[in-house]
Design a protein around this ligand. Sequence first.
Ligand SMILES: O=P(O)(O)OC[C@H]1O[C@](O)(CO)[C@@H](O)[C@@H]1O
Length: 259
Amino acid sequence: MVEKVWGRDQLPASFKAPSGERIGEIWFEPPAELPQLLVKYLFTSEKLSVQVHPGNHNALDGEAGKEECWFVLHADEGAKLAIGFDEELTSEQIERAARDGSIEGLLTWHDVKAGDVYYLPAGTVHAIGPGLSLVEVQQNSDTTFRLYDYGRPRELHLERALAVADGGPYPAEQMGTSTERGQTLVDGAHFRLDRIEGAPDDQIVSAYRAGLLVLPLEGTVRSIDRDAAACAGECLYAASIDALDFSEAGVTLLTRPAG
Ligand SMILES: O=P(O)(O)OC[C@H]1O[C@](O)(CO)[C@@H](O)[C@@H]1O
């Protein structure tokens, strides 16, 4: 569990937050067999920094590319995500806006609801608003460049952020809902994410023949050959979907690296 200035004192029932701590993130450390993917739960009560991540192509030595996606579990009335800019901006315009704080108003703030999914290509300038619970699936990287933090006394990384930031609007095809997309929420360059109800069908089984991470949102998923099980708020690694028992499953997220 990671404390964050924008985190929450009270987490949903399936998570036990230590009292007196403001938990913003729950990380599931990638298992040795699947080092490419990092899965987190995020809980917000305030805005996250306006930030950007590099891609593999423009990360420097010691940094790592970070593309991510968000699956919205819960959104308070009026909750929003800022992704991309309303209008194309130059690097100089982004820098000026980051320095004087007007960047917040230049971002496109999307109304969100449970079941929405957003894929964030590297370079996308973004901020997560308050009142949200999300599952974040991302490349296993902790490289975040903050452009603006509302005056909070945390470090900014303006120069590196400007070097990788895309000044354009967010492409509509990168967002959707689980109703529109069906089971496969993301099938991208770095990872795949599916949302299934009950047991997996043949198409899902054939897509998950190698290592995967399982996040039950409702119900329980068990590992057949190991003494392990996961329910809501937990994450289970399996070497193949064939090693899992979905007889008590409700709604489950499955994710694996691309390829
Ligand atoms: O800099 P902040 O505001 O703490 O945000 C960092 C967090 O934002 C995210 O990049 C999500 O946008 C998380 O993966 C990361 O831990």
